[in-house]
Design a protein around this ligand. Structure first.
Ligand SMILES: [Zn+2]
Length: 538
């Protein structure tokens, strides 16, 4: 933001003088963030600028050499091609962009996947289902005071905005309040009635799970009479987000919610902090359109096996922005796994394999519902059902030059991020999954947990497992192909392929969960919550 940079450099200049004179830490009026950077004593020497090398997981000894043919570079091209479909849709002038179910980018994605299945020799069937949707078409937010107006260019409506907004169209000019984290004490002495409320939200580690959500800050704003909420997602930079908010916990929220990037948030906060008695006005405009006639394709790739038993793998193809991680990586991994098994002669496939590209995880998950309703007989003879979702993700850290007091930025590392995972099935199945993730260095949390994501509606229809990452780039416009490490993509596909090979050594009865784990035997509080896909985490 030019405005912010201007303000920042002014602060920096005078701050440096004070710092040099006093050798003290800096907290200056007019800014809430310490600015320093050049106040460090000069280093005594220089460290090398040779960058760290990418990490590749070597094929472990005693593992079948067929897994070595899985090529991360080749798989990464799929991620890039999916991102290009998103960008084409953005460049056509769509403010709400990505691979959007039912819209041209959604249709193009499903045509793309049919083409890829054809190239790798997997026959497909297509099921077309209706997909009526309400989507934000356009919006803008600005803040102004003393004749100065600041456009918050990074603003975006929250996920499921049409369900939260009180009306499809809105044009509001509101007084403005900044409530910090929006905890109860932050509201003391503040009248937010009829106003636009800005909340600073700490990502933990992304906009999927963030402090405004788990602190109940938005519900508190609504209860106190706020008319709109703008959430500053405190990730360095000025990213666009399609954020979750209090989904599933506070279902009665009826208030327009937008997110902004942190640079815009900082600029708005400075404006509010320095405004005169007239205060700051926030202008919000939004336009939601209803699309009743949209349709979408479920693409089912099918490799016949030698029995009437099945293995099923799913990945959703839709995504916000480039959607390289979410779910370009998951889709690429599913294609890579299909490619591995397509090379085997049919006699070597014990079971029929379904590779299913679902079109609308973010649009109501009608694909998942369709499978739940139409796959009953297939699931009855399914050895395992797998969800490949955001399976290869870079793992950045927050960092700043050591010894300085500047605001940290996101710094890339050569490690990949650990994922959620979970198994529904026998202990033998669980051991296969954990062993094969470990064999190929697929990082996960220790305990099986988190959201099953696209698998949520199907998780208990057959023995199943998922791999699902929710790192810092979740649902943001920096979810770009460079955030998907080729090596991590390769390792995920190696693990999926070996899991399916190992599962094929067992009979269906060896893979089934014990009766005590089956639906009905588990109290509802411990089983997966029903609800909309987008509310369960993606
Ligand atoms: Zn996803």
């Amino acid at each position: 933001m030019p405005y912010r940079n201007m303000g920042k450099s002014t602060v920096l200049n005078c701050a440096c003088v004070i710092a040099l004179a006093c050798g003290m830490e800096l907290f200056t009026a007019g800014t809430s963030r310490a600015q320093d950077g050049e106040a460090r004593p000069p280093a005594k020497g220089k460290i090398s600028r040779v960058p760290a090398r990418p990490l590749d997981w070597p094929l472990p000894p005693n593992v079948d050499k067929s897994y070595d043919a899985i090529d991360g570079h080749h798989l990464h091209a799929y991620v890039e091609q999916l991102a290009a479909i998103s960008e084409k849709y953005r460049d056509a002038g769509n403010q709400w962009w990505g691979r959007i179910p039912g819209m041209p980018s959604g249709t193009e994605s499903q045509n793309w996947i049919k083409e890829k299945f054809k190239e790798i020799g997997v026959p497909t069937e297509t099921v077309t289902i209706p997909d009526p949707q309400d989507l934000p078409k356009s919006w803008e937010i600005s803040v102004s005071t003393n004749g100065k107006t600041l456009q918050l260019e990074s603003s975006d409506p929250i996920i499921d905005f049409p369900n939260f907004a009180p009306s499809a169209q809105g044009d509001e000019e509101l007084d403005t309040v900044w409530v910090g984290l929006g905890q109860p004490a932050d509201y003391i002495g503040k009248d937010v009635r009829g106003k636009a409320v800005f909340i600073y939200s700490i990502p933990t580690p992304s906009d999927l799970i963030q402090s405004a959500m788990w602190m109940g800050s938005v519900g508190r704003a609504q209860k106190a009479g706020a008319k709109a909420v703008i959430i500053d997602i405190a990730i360095p930079g000025n990213m666009h987000y399609v954020s979750h908010m209090e989904g599933g916990r506070v279902r009665d929220i009826k208030i327009p919610m937008f997110t902004i990037g942190d640079d815009d948030g900082h600029a708005a906060e400075e404006l509010i902090a320095t405004a005169n008695a007239a205060g700051v006005k926030t202008h919000l405009r939004w336009d939601v359109q209803h699309y009743p006639d949209l349709k979408e394709d479920i693409v089912l790739g099918k490799l016949p096996g030698t029995s009437d038993e099945n293995i099923v793998m799913i990945a959703h193809v839709d995504g916000y922005f480039d959607g390289a991680i979410d779910d370009g990586a998951g889709t690429a991994a599913m294609l890579g796994t299909a490619e591995y098994f397509a090379k085997l002669p049919k006699e070597k496939r014990r079971r029929t394999m379904y590779f299913i590209s679902l079109p609308d995880h973010h649009g109501g998950d009608r694909g998942g519902t369709w499978m739940h309703e139409h796959f009953t007989s297939i699931f009855a003879k399914t050895a395992v059902l797998a969800n490949s979702e955001h399976v290869a993700v870079t793992n950045p850290v927050w960092d700043r030059p050591w010894g300085s007091n500047v605001e940290p930025t996101l710094v890339q590392t050569n490690s990949s991020g650990p994922s959620w995972w979970g198994v529904y099935g026998s202990d033998r199945l669980a051991h296969i999954v954990v062993d094969d993730y470990a064999t190929f260095g697929v990082p996960t949390q220790i305990a099986g947990a988190g959201s099953a994501g696209q698998l949520a509606r199907l998780q208990f229809d057959a023995p199943s497992f998922y791999l699902h990452n929710k790192g810092v780039y979740y649902h943001c416009d920096e979810d770009t192909p460079d955030k998907v490490p080729e090596s991590a993509l390769r390792n995920a596909v190696q693990a999926f392929a070996k899991i399916f090979n190992d599962v094929n050594k067992l009979d269906l009865s060896d893979l089934q969960p014990p009766p005590s784990s089956r639906p009905g035997a588990v109290p509802p509080s411990q089983s997966s919550r029903p609800g909309k896909g987008s509310e369960q985490g993606q």
